[in-house]
Design a protein around this ligand. Structure first.
Ligand SMILES: Cc1ncc(COP(=O)(O)O)c(C=O)c1O
Length: 367
């Protein structure tokens, strides 16, 4: 039985995206390759509504977060607003570059309140704010547009960890005043793991230029090579070409074939069907489903059974992999990922619900 990945990344990906990856590696320089790389960059800009430049780097989401810190946050009065484990991770990365970085700990499992962030920014005179869009450990969706408005009003640079939201949630970098945003290839972009992605606004590109200190994580270095080797090797290192070809194919599917509006409907429909069916089985949300994002669902077992037991059962009896979570709630929370078209298909959702139903009937309720 082939394992069905219903976790919040890496996700199940489409066959045409996989085909681009297979075969001998493509060369990472020359006009043909440069055209592929730049097309992927442009498509990411379109998806994120960014008129600046998007860098595609070998690495993961954490590298993308770290590149934003290394380039833009070292010498700023930086506030990291966190309502969960990944928000704390952003703070950990930022504080390794900036001793003065301050964390604003917000209540978890509910969306961050822009008014609290606004008050903190005013009181302490910060000049940069960093936060996570979707807090993957709890599925909480933070109101990015409203928080962007608060940052703009107070003239504060706004940085975002969009690792679990890009390709799924609405993002409008230009209009929401986002200075730089981190993403990764293996979630809503429906590609293999291996790429860290950083979108930088037009305004902040100028600040990255000639930035000194650090090398791989310094976007100033990436920009320097983008400028000086632009038409044959517009990046400083060997990039994973086949993964980038897969990303380009996936972006084509996301932008052209599904169309972004149809894609939004796909997620909304999945969320509605999955959460209704979970509720019918008596499965409770972590917090409220209405506060959760569109790419994953977090459920609270309320002490009735251990998430690890459900995870093992689904894997061994049904070939379905769902996820636990991180941090103090890990003894009572499991998560289902629905970040890609394959995960959102009716077949995947039905199979997952049937597995959970079987587990509850045979492993929990009969006891
Ligand atoms: C919100 C968020 N930020 C950062 C990361 C780290 O990404 P990576 O594991 O690709 O480094 C993750 C991973 O799941 C995430 O969900």
């Amino acid at each position: 039985m082939r394992e069905l990945l219903m976790i919040p990344g890496p996700v199940e990906i489409a066959e045409d995206v996989l085909r681009e990856f297979s075969g001998q590696p493509s060369v990472h320089y020359g006009p043909e390759w440069t055209n592929i790389y730049k097309t992927a960059q442009k498509m990411l800009n379109k998806l994120l509504r960014n008129t600046g430049l998007t860098f595609i780097m070998p690495g993961s989401g954490s590298l993308a977060v770290e590149a934003i810190c290394a380039t833009f946050c070292r010498d700023r009065r930086l506030l990291v607003a966190s309502n969960g484990w990944f928000g704390d991770r952003v703070y950990a990365i930022c504080s390794s570059y900036n001793d003065e970085a301050k964390k604003l700990g917000l209540p978890t499992v509910i969306p961050a309140d822009p008014n609290i962030i606004s008050r903190e920014l005013k009181n302490q005179k910060f000049d940069a704010l960093f936060m996570v869009h979707v807090e993957t450990t709890t599925a909480t969706l933070n109101p990015l547009k409203e928080i962007g408005a608060v940052a703009k009003e107070q003239n504060v640079d706004f940085f975002v960890d969009g690792v679990s939201s890009v390709g799924i949630e609405e993002i409008d970098m230009d209009n929401w005043g986002i200075g730089a945003l981190a993403a990764a290839s293996q979630k809503g972009l429906e590609c293999l793991p291996g790429l860290g992605i950083v979108a930088v606004s037009q305004r902040l590109l100028e600040r990255a230029r000639n930035r000194k200190g650090y090398w791989f994580t310094n976007l100033g270095v990436w920009l320097e090579y983008y400028d000086k080797w632009n038409d044959w090797h517009p990046f400083p290192v060997t990039v994973p070409t086949n993964t980038i070809k897969s990303l380009k194919r996936s972006l084509q599917n996301i932008l052209d074939i599904h169309g972004t509006e149809a894609r939004t409907k796909m997620f909304e429909n999945t969320v509605q069907v999955l959460r209704n069916e979970l509720s019918e089985l008596g499965v409770k949300p972590l917090g409220s489903f209405s506060d959760q994002c569109n790419g994953l669902t977090a459920c609270n077992t309320e002490g009735d059974y251990r998430p690890s037991k459900l995870i093992r059962y689904l894997l061994s009896k049904h070939g379905i992999r769902v996820a636990g979570t991180l941090g103090t709630i890990s003894e009572s929370v499991f998560r289902i990922g629905h970040m890609s078209s394959v995960q959102c298909s009716r077949e995947s959702v039905t199979r997952t619900i049937a597995g959970i139903d079987d587990f509850l009937k045979n492993q929990v309720r009969k006891l």
